[in-house]
Design a protein around this ligand. Structure first.
Ligand SMILES: Nc1ncnc2c1ncn2[C@@H]1O[C@H](COP(=O)(O)OP(=O)(O)OP(=O)(O)O)[C@@H](O)[C@H]1O
Length: 306
């Protein structure tokens, strides 16, 4: 099956600042693909290249096998783009905004009415559709913006940090809507700097930092491959780092210790046996779940929150 996106060697500079330094990206049909990186990493630039808003300085981009330099109008029929900045007419109602965007796509009459009802339902705003957008919360505006990107039933939806600065209710609606789109066979490209969102939503992920993709693959695969393996251990009256074979590094966290190791199960059982022999009261002794944060730390030397 044709890849949804194929990006090879994409470079983009703004003046002397190189925002993308040769990016390769492959997105398979039906995936929810997370583009994860800190502010300024190049996520929006990447998404603008994929939608044809800006041109790459170098590189080759195909969307559903179509060359972005030659077949942009055909590509626009297949993709929906939700930009980072909300683009709505504040003085019009949600429904009037959707009518406007639908007509821009050439949809009219009863078909347009049907599709507006469909997307309003999908984003959970049927009840408020007649109200002026100016009266909406930030999260509701974002949801109407997403609805506008779905009117022409795209096969790929590109969302640029859609949950920044919105309320939890809108965030949940967006997550549910993305899951439903994915069940319906739509491919999602989702950029964020929140690793929790990628862990909750995405099956594939590319980590971007300083304009380069530092790693790309299945979420589980990346966690398995790069996440630091560790045990958390805490016991009453133990103030020195515990010592058993296999511990590579011990770091104090709260009242206990994070013990990095290659074989956490062996460390767990060795420490459990040691503390049992010593009659120590164990407060916590558990495997730490690998996180994308630790993957990011390992690959870039910083945490996403730095
Ligand atoms: N139009 C522009 N002119 C000059 N520099 C730009 C422009 N757009 C982006 N940049 C710079 O390019 C780099 C990448 O920006 P980009 O917006 O792609 O990053 P991002 O990962 O989407 O981050 P953010 O979450 O902050 O939007 C940043 O250093 C940014 O300041």
């Amino acid at each position: 099956m044709t890849d949804v996106l194929q990006v090879r060697g994409a470079k983009k500079s703004y003046g002397s600042h190189q925002a993308l330094k040769g990016v390769d990206l492959t997105v398979k049909p039906g995936s929810c693909f997370g583009l994860l990186g800190p502010n300024g990493a190049g996520k929006s630039t990447m998404m603008k290249l994929l939608t044809g808003i800006i041109d790459p300085d170098q590189g080759h981009i195909e969307v559903f096998g179509l060359n972005i330099r030659k077949e942009l109008s055909a590509i626009h029929q297949l993709i929906g783009y939700v930009p980072q900045d909300i683009t709505l007419y504040e003085k019009l109602s949600g429904k009037q905004n959707l009518t406007f965007f639908g007509r821009m796509h050439g949809i009219r009459g009863t078909e347009l009415k049907k599709r507006i009802a469909e997307v309003l339902e999908a984003v959970g705003l049927t009840e408020r559709a007649g109200d002026e957008v100016a009266s909406y919360s930030g999260g509701m505006k974002r949801r109407i913006n997403i609805a506008a990107a779905l009117l022409h039933r795209p096969k790929l939806v590109i969302m640029d940090e859609p949950t920044v600065g919105i309320d939890p209710q809108s965030r949940n609606h967006i997550f549910e809507m993305i899951r439903k789109l994915q069940r319906d066979g739509v491919t999602i490209l989702y950029s964020t700097h929140y690793m929790e969102e990628v862990e909750a939503l995405c099956d594939e992920v590319a980590i971007i930092d300083h304009g380069r993709i530092v790693s790309q693959g299945g979420l589980r695969e990346l966690l398995e491959l790069h996440a630091v393996k560790a045990v958390y251990a805490e016991a009453a009256g133990v103030s020195e780092p515990p010592v058993v074979d296999g511990i590579v590094k011990a770091t104090q966290e709260g009242k206990g210790w994070v013990l990095e190791c290659d074989h956490p199960l062996s460390v767990l059982s060795a420490l459990s046996a040691k503390w049992a022999r010593e009659g120590v009261t164990v407060k916590a002794l558990e495997l730490m779940q690998p996180t994308l944060d630790s993957v990011f730390l390992k690959l870039t030397g910083t945490t996403l929150r730095d």
